[in-house]
Structures are given as structure tokens and as C-alpha cells.
Design a protein around this ligand. Structure first.
Ligand SMILES: [Zn+2]
Length: 276
């Protein structure tokens, strides 16, 4: 968390507010939040923000100072966001970087990240090409049904591990993976290549439905996810199994939701998601 829906929500709000603006300064409250490219920092002064894209759970800003362009890669980690006015929402404590701007509605945006997993990378085009393979999995919102079938059939590991491997599928984390496996009726420990075509179909449909609805609800706020304007998401109200251990199965099968801890907690219904 934040996962794909939260990153997409942040990305859309930043795009609506920051495109075309000029960076006047990158101010750092702690230099180690720049995970790579600190020496590039002064280049960004006077650069225009041309584009903001989501790459999995990260944000990639394209900045131009003709004839050159460079990137700001923002990792959201476990708790990160980019905020317009953290002080107004009592969130000033964990701001680690400020990007000062001209020519848009915001004079400054703040990189906020309480647990400091993840950080910011200031990258030349060559450095971006080197960084990219770390998160070059397919995007769940753009992969086709056919490509999804091929991806699942090619993996011998557990389906949940495959979905959360950012080099295979970029953007899913523990919350949405648990939710979409429940929706599709697939046990988290099922072997990917042994899933029937009908189950893979259900999984693909569940992935599209859940992620799009979560984006429409502005993401899930479990503890501390905030949109740039400081507002919270609402999709946590629709969670069916995540952190619901002991609760009755929402399908009404009579069982209760179980939690099994491997490397991350899995939540599932033993009746609706049998391990065949
Ligand atoms: Zn059930």
C-alpha cells in the first residue's frame, strides 16, 4: 500500500494540477530520500513538467529543458504520497522533499512518506533505461486477456506470488491481490500453471473490475493513504477479505475468512477458494 489504484489516483491529480509548470527548486529535508541521482538535482531548476505517468506503483515525471529531458521517479513505497498542502491536514511531520513550482495552481508539492520505504530518483534518460527493468512487469490495466492467460500458464509458482512480483505484474500488492483472488474463487497458494482457463478468465475479469472500481473510489485508505489534495480513499469499505480474518464469508457460504501467514498475510475463504 499504496498499490496501483492509489498510485493512479495520485498520478491523475498531479497531472491535472502540475503539467506545464516550471520547477524552480528541489528542496530536501533529508538528502538520503534521493535514492539515486542527487548530483543531478540542480539540472531540474527551470525545467518544465511535460508528462506524469504511472509505472506500476511508481510515478514517472518527464521534465524538459530543451534540448534535454530528464526524469523524476517517485516511489510511493509502503506509505508515500505527494501532497499539495500537508500542513492543512496535519501531515507536515513526514515531509522529506519539496518541489517548488511556477506557472500552476500549486506553488509547491511535498513528498510525504512516514515509513520511508522507497524514495525519489533523479534520472537521465540513460539512467532511466537502467532502472526500468526493476519494475517492468505488465500493467494490469493494459494487459490483454490473451496475454494474461499466457503469463499465468508460463508460471509454475503460486498465483499470489506471481501477481505480486513487480517484474511480472507491476502494481499489485497484498490488499488487491487478496481481494481479486477471493472474487475469482482462487486459493492464494494455487499453482499458476494448473489453473483452468475458466479460472484465469475469472481472475482477469476480477482484476479489471476491482482495480477500476478502486480508482473510481479514489483508492483505499487503511491507515494513511492520502490523495495530493489531502482527501482519503473510500474503497476500503468494499474490501471483502483483506484484514477480515474470523469474519463470515461475504458469499454466505457459512465459513469464516482465514488468514495464513507466509511472507505476507493471505486472507481467503477455505470453502469459496478451495486448493484443488
Ligand atoms: Zn466462502
Amino acid at each position: 500500500m499504496p498499490e496501483l489504484p492509489e498510485a493512479e489516483v495520485i498520478c491523475r491529480q498531479l497531472r491535472a494540477n502540475l503539467l506545464g509548470s516550471t520547477i524552480t527548486c528541489i528542496h530536501l529535508d533529508r538528502e538520503d530520500i534521493i535514492r539515486s541521482g542527487l548530483v543531478n538535482r540542480s539540472w531540474y531548476q527551470g525545467a518544465t513538467i511535460l508528462a506524469i505517468h504511472r509505472i506500476g506503483k511508481c510515478l514517472l515525471w518527464t521534465c524538459a529543458k530543451p534540448p534535454e529531458h530528464r526524469y523524476i521517479l517517485v516511489e510511493l513505497g509502503m506509505t508515500g504520497s505527494v501532497l499539495f498542502n500537508p500542513a492543512a491536514h496535519g501531515l507536515s511531520t513526514h515531509v522529506h522533499a519539496k518541489i517548488m513550482l511556477e506557472g500552476c495552481r500549486q506553488s509547491c508539492v511535498y513528498y510525504w512518506n512516514p515509513r520511508r520505504f522507497g524514495g525519489i530518483h533523479l534520472l537521465t534518460p540513460t539512467e532511466w533505461e537502467t532502472w526500468k527493468p526493476r519494475r517492468d512487469g505488465v500493467d494490469p490495466l493494459t494487459i490483454t486477456r490473451h496475454e494474461f492467460h499466457q503469463l499465468i500458464q508460463a508460471s509454475r509458482g503460486r498465483i499470489k506470488n506471481l501477481l505480486m512480483n513487480q517484474r511480472k505484474v507491476a502494481g499489485l500488492g497484498n490488499i488487491y491481490t487478496n481481494e481479486l483472488l477471493f472474487r475469482a474463487g482462487i486459493h492464494p497458494h494455487a499453482r499458476s500453471c494448473q489453473l483452468s482457463p475458466a479460472k484465469v478468465d475469472r481472475l482477469f475479469t476480477a482484476m479489471q473490475t476491482i482495480l477500476r472500481k478502486a480508482i473510481a473510489c479514489h483508492g483505499s485508505t487503511i491507515r494513511d493513504f492520502r490523495r495530493p489534495d489531502g482527501s482519503s480513499g473510500r474503497y476500503q469499505r468494499y474490501h471483502t477479505v483483506y484484514q477480515k480474518a474470523g469474519a463470515p464469508c461475504p458469499h454466505g457460504c457459512g465459513s469464516t475468512i482465514r488468514r495464513v501467514i507466509t511472507d505476507r498475510s493471505s486472507f481467503y475463504c477455505p470453502v469459496c477458494q478451495p486448493l484443488e
